[in-house]
Design a protein around this ligand. Structure first.
Ligand SMILES: [Zn+2]
Length: 186
């Protein structure tokens, strides 16, 4: 919804945002590599992403630079075709679950409401305990809390497991980008 003085217009906006950035504006730093301008360069650059914006990003992954030595390594054990098959199977599980619940027009976890997540993504007790303590220590917003559940439900679906386990909550939490936020706060 874009609101201006005399206009208010709503655009359809169900989208998936995939974005990438360098650790600092020179592009020269990264895990194990310091920028010539020092840590401040990366801190200032990353602080340009606001907390509320980062809060809406489910999977935050630090990717080390590929070195020349990496290129000579054997290719990954699991190729794109295998990953695609796992993703299709996970999506089918999700669709079947929504069908069984009689939820119309919903096919993937990404579009499930917080209320629906209570039904399909309530973790096992030790997972729930981990999420509660992480919510407190990381200061998760209500939005962030539901986003972790949604990602954890999907990770369980990728594993072909019906229950959301502690390991799925832990992995979902690891993608929250807390390291990025904590560096900003430092
Ligand atoms: Zn720099």
């Amino acid at each position: 919804m874009i609101a201006r003085a005399n206009h208010r217009i709503a655009y359809p906006c169900r989208f998936q945002l995939i974005a990438a950035m360098n650790p600092c504006k020179c592009g020269g730093s990264g895990p194990g590599i310091a920028c010539k301008r020092g840590q401040r360069c990366a801190t200032d650059y990353q602080a340009r992403l606001s907390g509320p914006f980062l809060d809406r990003i489910d999977l935050n992954i630090e990717v080390p630079a590929v070195s020349a030595a990496d290129l000579s390594l054997p290719t990954a054990r699991e190729g794109s075709a295998e990953v695609r098959a796992r993703v299709i199977a996970a999506r089918q599980r999700q669709e079947a679950r929504f069908d069984a619940l009689g939820v119309k027009g919903l096919r993937i976890n990404a579009h499930a409401s917080g209320h629906l997540l209570d039904q399909i993504a309530t973790p096992e007790p030790d997972g729930a305990a981990l999420l509660r303590s992480a919510a407190e220590t990381l200061g998760l917003s209500a939005r962030g809390f539901h986003r972790v559940l949604r990602v954890a439900r999907t990770l369980a679906d990728l594993d072909g497991i019906e229950t959301v386990r502690r390991i799925h909550i832990a992995e979902a939490l690891s993608y929250r980008g807390e390291s990025l936020r904590q560096r900003q706060a430092a």
